[in-house]
Design a binder for this molecule. Structure first.
Ligand code: BJW
Ligand code: ZN
Length: 295
């Protein structure tokens, strides 16, 4: 209770707030997280597929993985956690931005103010040309399937009933698809790739610049760290940046270090549980209160 009361005080007095979001926020919408036993597709580790090397070696395999992710994201609905952040983004009493590592588009679909939403790892619904000399980018492409060959994969998935978690993913062999079966650039006919950021790749400069502007415009009083393992740079660096300048940290995660839960980490609070439940329970009323006060 003490943690909650301290957090509420901090939230009420905070002028500038950042939310750093990871896969755990979309877990209650039915989307898998990356790390741990849930982060599997067929018998592949999701992290191993989300790399430039995997795409270079077998673009057909990686495209099938992303087709599956697109389908899951399209079928999913934003949950009350996404909605709580969307509400906060519309609150005029706070300066606020969300930095999301998620590529599922659920924050945008929850109605988050797009000017305050930074998708730093790209989007499942963006396609980019792989040619170095071509700049073609296709935004908001929700077409499913993207090619006839990828459609055949869908039918196969459906007949296996992938909705059922009881079917072992390793029983479902992946089709071998060649470059000819995969999406092509309409401008230069080169292979297209998912518009997401893989390890070793740079993040979208426009988003990084906008975040830097927010970070430099004044002290960030509070960072909400929601459903992320905090293992990936540069996303994880924002937490230390805020803390180093005297800002407070509130963690919303199913798995939180005991020292944080015990209140032993300075100006750091932990709210353990599903972020789709804890975030709205803790934030919604506070956001309404600060809104009412500023009117
Ligand atoms: C719940 C919950 C519920 C569950 N409620 N909580 C050495 C060599 C090469 C590179 C590096 C290196 N050392 C450092 C680097 C840089 C590298 C990096 O950070 N590597 C580390 C892993 C070591 N970073 C990069 O390469 C980045 N680029 C870059 O830095 O460029 C400059 C540079 C280049 C070269 C060298 C050095 C610098 C790019 C990073 C791109 C990350 N891409 C991915 C895939 C995106 C596309 C896709 O979605 O397929 O992004 S990887 C994956 O991890 C994805 C995620 O956005 C990201 C973060 O994962 P997230 O969201 O935290 O998920 P999980 O699964 O880890 O955690 C879930 C959490 O939720 C857990 O804590 C659960 O407890 C919790 N949870 N259910 C609340 N219901
Ligand atoms: Zn092209």
């Amino acid at each position: 209770m003490l943690q909650l009361a301290e957090f509420q005080d901090c939230f009420r007095t905070s002028k500038r707030i950042v939310a750093l979001v990871g896969a755990g926020l979309s877990a209650a919408s039915g989307l898998p997280v990356f790390r741990g036993s849930q982060g599997m597709w067929k018998n592949f580790n999701m992290i191993d597929l989300a790399t430039p090397d995997a795409f270079y070696i077998d673009p057909g395999l990686v495209w099938q993985f992303y087709l599956w992710r697109r389908e899951k994201a399209l079928a999913a609905k934003p949950n009350p956690g996404h909605q709580a952040l969307a509400n906060l983004s519309k609150n005029t009493a706070k300066q606020f931005v969300t930095i999301t590592q998620n590529v599922d588009g659920l924050s945008a679909r929850a109605g988050h103010d797009p000017r305050k939403l930074h998708e730093i790892h790209g989007s499942l619904f963006t396609l980019r040309c792989t040619s170095f000399s071509c700049t073609f980018v296709d935004h908001n492409n929700f077409t499913q399937p993207l090619t006839p060959a990828l459609e055949a994969q869908n039918e196969y998935e459906d007949s296996l009933g992938t909705a059922s978690p009881s079917i072992s993913p390793s029983f479902s062999p992946t089709k071998e698809l060649g470059v000819a079966d995969l999406p092509k650039c309409p401008a230069c006919l080169s292979l297209m790739r998912p518009g997401v950021v893989w390890f070793g790749e740079s993040l979208p400069l426009r988003e990084l610049d906008a975040i830097d502007l927010f970070m430099e415009a004044g002290r960030v009083d509070l960072i909400l760290v929601i459903g992320t393992s905090g293992t990936v740079y540069p996303a994880n660096s924002y937490v230390e940046m805020v803390r180093a300048r005297g800002g407070a940290v509130a963690i919303f995660n199913t798995d939180i270090e005991p020292a944080v839960l015990d209140g032993a980490v300075e100006r750091t609070w932990g709210f353990q549980g599903d972020a789709a439940e804890t975030l709205p329970r803790i934030l919604n009323q506070l956001v309404e209160q600060v809104e009412a006060r500023s009117e």
